[in-house]
Design a protein around this ligand. Sequence first.
Ligand code: TEU
Ligand code: CA
Length: 549
Amino acid sequence: MTQALQPWWKTATGYQIYPRSFCDSNGDGIGDLQGIISKLDHLRDLGVGFVWLSPVYASPMRDNGYDISDYRDIAPEFGTLEDFDQLVAQAQDKGIRIVMDLVVNHCSSDHDWFLKACETRDCPEHAYFYWRDQSPETNGPPDDQRACFGGSAWTWVEAVGRYYYGHFGPGQPDLNWHNPALRHEVFDMMNWWLDKGIGGFRIDVIELIGKDLDTRIYAEGPDMHRFIQDMHQACFAGRDIMTVGESWSAKPDTALLYCGDSRHEVDMVFNFNHIDAAWDQDKGRFGPNLFDLPTHKRILASWQDALANDGWNSLYLSNHDLPRPVSHYGCEGPYRVRSAKMLAMTMHLMKGTPFIYQGEEIGMTNAHFTEIGQFRDIETLGQLKEQSARGVSQQEFIAGANTNGRDNGRTPVQWDGTKHAGFTTGQPWIDVNTNYVDINVEEDRSDPNGVFAFYQNLIALRGELDIITKGSFALIGGDDPNVFAYERALDDQRLLVFGNFTDKTVHFQMPETRTTQGKIVLSNLYRDALPSGDHVTLAPFEAFACLLE
Ligand code: TEU
Ligand code: CA
């Protein structure tokens, strides 16, 4: 039987690097490109096929690079364009592609375009941004829209006598995608990077381009798909690359509009349905963690179903905006290692491309900061202001930020047990987690039963079993509150996956009595067979995968 060759990004595993926190090569306390180059063997050993590199462009770093002041240069604290070319070449030698982060919903208020746009209405750059007059009723901003990082989304510029729109904040003015010259500039820049041989783009908040400010439709606005299709035609068509758009508003019923084959937009979306389902309706991410396994399973399964025959799923639990998976879904205590493996297995064996976030491969935990002064994130500090004004105490705020705030994923990668975890010889820009003495790469990698070794096996298994990338997906026991179980199927093969999300021994009811035992292909304990009978007993945070042929 001949089967169509799959694109590389369907069989590869991705790895996200947040450069500021990955590895510092020169002792200034900030991770950099040479630091990444020095750790490429770590990634090759893990077996990843590509890196999603969070922004390294020139930036005043108010939002750590998600505020770009020059799209064709590298921030000096990260290195130079030569360092970047070296990274692409050396990664390629190790079989790893570099996928760039593309932040084009907005730029930095320090970008030349914006500086010019603020001087006069009579320059082309003025039209690269969204401007509105003051409201005749209030003599204030045109509407009451709040910015994501706090304050009004509108900022007054005296010299031009108008407000500009910044969805995230005044330091990140939104680019006017409705202006053809702006789109042309952006596409030109994207092709410039693609011509350097990068592996593709992760596109920041893609759901926000195409907004209609007058009707106040921000996400998935009326022109979004048209603009993504323009982008595809101008930059992606005919290139062997991978593109993934971040969309906080994509749902199973709109997913194919972004990534269906015939749409010519992007290959995948990062959706957040399984993430914000656990957020409090009013307090958002800073509220309590409302994780509920049946809801989580239903959401993941609905995405598997929606993209069963067209489009493609991205699979992930964490990134630089999210808490650490063991802290959020697993256990930080005695079952840390075991739960890290369980979370990895249940995520990676679904259909789609898995993404590992730096530090996840050794089971790093949340930050557990104790003082406001330890937080660095612009969103967290903006929320602190807003919530203090509403009477939330500092203590309460710190608890919320420690549960779900963005700095949890941004503490430096813990490489070894030496001072500052081997991340830097200087003073790190954000505190290293105090648990680095016990939890670090050197320690974990020296243990054949460590988290790293398990990820290696998981990634290797992906290369061995076609069923992981090609098989169909069906949830088993969707209502069970403790166990995430599913079945993959390809031709005569079945792959059963089980993960206990609790710290208790549980009995999972199978829908039918099994007689065949199958072969255990991966286990985070010492299981060697699937028990026959009508139920499976799982130890705390146990996970295993069983192949039936
Ligand atoms: O994030 C988009 C985004 O809307 C959320 O992550 C946001 O940070 C908020 O937490 C929702 O509560 C992307 C980037 O991943 C993020 O790091 C940037 O700050 C943001 O866009 C702006 O570029
Ligand atoms: Ca540095």
